[in-house]
Design a protein around this ligand. Sequence first.
Ligand code: CA
Length: 426
Amino acid sequence: MPITANDPNRKTWLETNPDTDFPIQNIPFGVFLTRDDIITIGTRIGDYAIDLGALHQLGYFKGIDLTDDIFLQDTLNDFISDGRKTWRLVRNRIADIFDKENPELRDNENHRKHILFTMDEIEMQLPVQVGDYTDFYSSKEHATNVGTMFRGKENALMPNWLHIPVGYHGRSSSIIPSGINARRPWGQTMPEGATEPVFGPSKLVDFELEMAFITTDANALGEPIPVNEAEDYIFGLVLFNDWSARDIQKWEYVPLGPFLAKNFASSISPWIVTLDALQPYKVEGPKPEREQLPYLQYKGKKSYDINLEVYIAPENAAETKVSTSNFKYMYWNMAQQLAHHTVNGCNVNSGDMMGSGTISGPTPDSYGSMLELTWRGAKPITLSDGTERKFINDNDTVILRGYCKNDKVRIGFGECRTKLLPAIKQ
Ligand code: CA
């Protein structure tokens, strides 16, 4: 089925800014609280939030096999469960409804009143109930940088890294949408030169620039997903800031990996940009440096050219861009990650979320964490207000942004914005 929603020549009757992340070619999915305090599933064009529940009730999805309440839910999980064919039909239909040439809704003021909201009237929610959250470690530059800092250049990459998309199971309860504050965590650390651990607020709170993909029900327990079918089970992507407490992490991670250093908060952008919308931005990924096992070998392009940026805004000061990276740098792509995740028969459900791992590029200005950007604090960054940062200070806001652009269309992810509040008093 063609993805007519991606037609680069299509224009909408809604007023949109030419630089918007949300032209009619994007049509992401999210969940929001309306001005009447009703939760609904919606999409966004320009600065308008569109109530899909209202559109459905008014008959605009006629001919598409949808249950009556599919959009009157507080998560997208059931809609995502309906599968790729339904997502594509709905997205194509939304594009038709808002097409400049289509008068059906354009000229129906009464319907428009029920369906359209401005972004400042609504409050975005978490788009899915995340059942399981997995985080990978798939940027070679990031793994090499971190490995170099902790083990030296010669042993930077562990022997498994070029053979396995390394990952760990995270925790979904502390995933928060953009706009919700995080808190500096307390924890146990072993200060440099000390012989006994101490307890206190983390001194080294960091962001991790990541993207995460959301899956649909993919496989029955025991059945692997072949790498070349994996993308059929990916609904879409969000920006993802995997907040990390480096001092807690360093002391606790042996031998089972990250634990409390990573699960105090992880922020996502609230609009899920579908894999369908990202099709025009597919690119070749990095060439494998070692032959990969057959279950990880894939055909065609499975990487995506998504420009990524990180900004830090101190309290009452302007933001400063601290990193410019790209999702295409990932050594292991999403299809390989999902094939690997299920190769043992592990089942994946609707609303599961898989983080990419920190996305660092080849140059120092493209590193995806403060740990790398300041090289563990050795090279502080100066912000535009003149203050220096080694890691993230109390009341700093970290903002991730991401967009794709070709010669015809730009689509983006909006923002993943989180303020770090001081540690609670104990
Ligand atoms: Ca991470």
